[in-house]
Write a protein that binds this ligand. Sequence first.
Ligand SMILES: Cc1ncc(COP(=O)(O)O)c(C=O)c1O
Length: 433
Amino acid sequence: MTNENELKFDTIALHGGQEIDPVTRSRAVPIYQTTSYAFDDTNHAASLFQMQEEGYIYSRNANPTNAVLEKRLAQLEGGVGAFAVSSGQAAISIALLTLAKTGDEIVATNALYGGTYNLFSETFLRFGITVRFVDGTDFHAVKKAINEKTKAVFTETIGNPGLQIADLKVLSRIAHEHGVPLVVDNTFTTPYLARPFEFGADIVVHSITKFIGGHGTSIGGAIVDSGKFPWDNGKFPEFTKTKASLNHHSFVELAKERAFISKARFELGHDLGSSLSPFNSWLFIQGLESLSLRVKQHVKNAEKVAEYLSQHEQVEWVNYPTLKDDPQYELAKIYLPKGAGSIFTFGIKGGLKSAKAFIHSVKLLSHVANVGDSKTLVIHPASTTHSRLSTDEQLESGVTPEQIRLSVGLEDIEDILADINQALQASREKQVN
Ligand SMILES: Cc1ncc(COP(=O)(O)O)c(C=O)c1O
């Protein structure tokens, strides 16, 4: 095949990371539903265990079906390697715990998915890792929050659900000035709409549960390494110190530009065991094949819904960055020239009661705790995804009582608009306590 690095996005989405099986010639990627792999002899086994050569040991660490998904995702993001794991939450946890240990700190922008906010504010705190939340648009606050204990800056490409677009060029510059990597959750945009490495990010994490899978069938996550961060800058001794388990080499010596992703896989991937099943991996590979087609249509439908809502008398406000009068319009032009995805929020007139009535009245739209499905989904964040947060924390994360979050799907636009319209009418008539 042509040099893989020269292939375009849609070609990589179909072919990236796959080598035709030399024995069966199977055209589709096979599902390697196996736990383990036969060693040639004890020397071969030892060499694999000590990372002296590449190969498979046990599917908790690596699996050939997962490897295709990983290589494909790495190529689509423009990185040097990826590690596929059992959920988006596992991806965020493993990525950050590869960088930070007890006593360390992380600086995170505060407009995050509620589950990530809880992971940082409760679970990481219990592990002795302090996450300092800052307004990601206040660069002075970001700089001020970084100190000698900081090991990473974390943000989402588009914050959930407030839709704040991260100014990745500035955030990566600030992180690098302090010798730490910028870690970006690129779930809402996918590499089709945004490739954070092009703006200086060092590590990307994904909930591939969403648009990458696309069909709402499987939970999965991925970590992608840009291969550009200098782990030998003195702030990350665990990357450069030699280890007996690596036959007295370090991750930087052995894995070079893949040091981060190798460490994530061979330490926490191995120890915590959040592995992705090969079957789910295979489903995500099917999803990737049509990623750009689906995302284009998602964006097209979302733009029409946002436009429609912005003119509806029952609607107080619409937060969709590519609407002309949206305060983030200019930032969206820089970071999201192909569109701002299909997840956005609007505020319904009548506040909390009307918001609940709207959700109770939809017929075609599905009321579920997910986004990025081919079907149109709806939720009231304040009473669900962000309900574990205090009112103040909700406001800091951009969550308000009248706010409804839509994840616009691929149904015919006329049917989506008709259902939204009838639910808006109904919300006026029957408000719910
Ligand atoms: C932006 C974002 N990141 C991470 C996650 C967590 O992903 P998962 O549900 O696959 O663990 C979610 C889930 O909704 C999300 O929206």
